[in-house]
Design a protein around this ligand. Structure first.
Ligand SMILES: CC(C)(COP(=O)(O)OP(=O)(O)OC[C@H]1O[C@@H](n2cnc3c(N)ncnc32)[C@H](O)[C@@H]1OP(=O)(O)O)[C@@H](O)C(=O)NCCC(=O)NCCS
Length: 169
């Protein structure tokens, strides 16, 4: 049998990026990160995910996550599903005190790397129609709008913009 040259998953998921605040470390979210994540989540969304919902989401077999840390302090996260042909991003947030430093972009670039590494051809997500900051972030790494899902958000009935990035290899 030929030996695989692929790195083990844990090694691939601990990565360093440079952002304007310094060195950003990325690794998978664990249940002990929940408190830090919830604080960022509550500061970021009018309708935050509950602790129960986070735990359920993280237990889904195809769920993947990345926690961004500066000097050991959690500053952002992304949660996504690695599906057979694509990646779906379900949640992404950066601590308000650390925004506009390139952290959101670094998280997305890491997900794009994973899509390439895992041979997925597309990344998709839904974003609130009113969320211009997030739409600009997604556009900045190449996502394009694919249409509108009317009344997609059950909490307040807001429309979602469907965005997608086709992965070139
Ligand atoms: C959207 C969000 C994740 C962006 O994170 P961030 O770390 O501040 O983003 P970055 O610093 O990596 O920004 C990268 C680019 O995105 C765009 N961008 C990010 N925030 C923006 C804003 N408030 N207004 C306009 N453009 C913005 C810019 O093009 C920016 O590049 P620049 O700073 O060189 O101009 C953050 O604002 C957030 O957590 N918002 C609340 C939660 C949320 O909306 N999540 C997305 C759900 S779909």
């Amino acid at each position: 049998m030929e030996r695989s040259t692929e790195k083990p998953r844990e090694e691939r998921e601990s990565r360093d990026f440079s952002v304007s605040e310094g060195r950003l470390q990325l690794r998978s979210v664990t249940s002990s990160d929940l408190e830090d994540i919830l604080a960022i989540e509550k500061a970021s969304f009018a309708y935050p995910w509950s602790p129960r919902f986070f735990l359920q989401e993280l237990r889904v077999p195809c769920a993947r996550s990345l926690l961004a840390m500066i000097e050991g302090k959690p500053v952002g996260y992304v949660i996504y599903w690695l599906l057979p042909s694509e990646i779906d991003i379900h949640n992404l947030a950066v601590d308000p005190a650390h925004r506009r430093q390139g952290i959101g972009r670094s998280l997305l670039l890491a997900v794009i790397d994973e899509a390439k590494h895992e041979g997925r051809s597309r990344i998709t997500l839904e974003v609130r129609r009113s969320n211009e900051a997030a739409q600009r972030l997604y556009q900045s790494v190449g996502f394009v709008s694919q249409g509108i899902r009317r009344g997609y958000y059950s909490d307040d009935g807001e429309d979602a913009v469907i965005m997608a990035l086709e992965i070139r290899r």
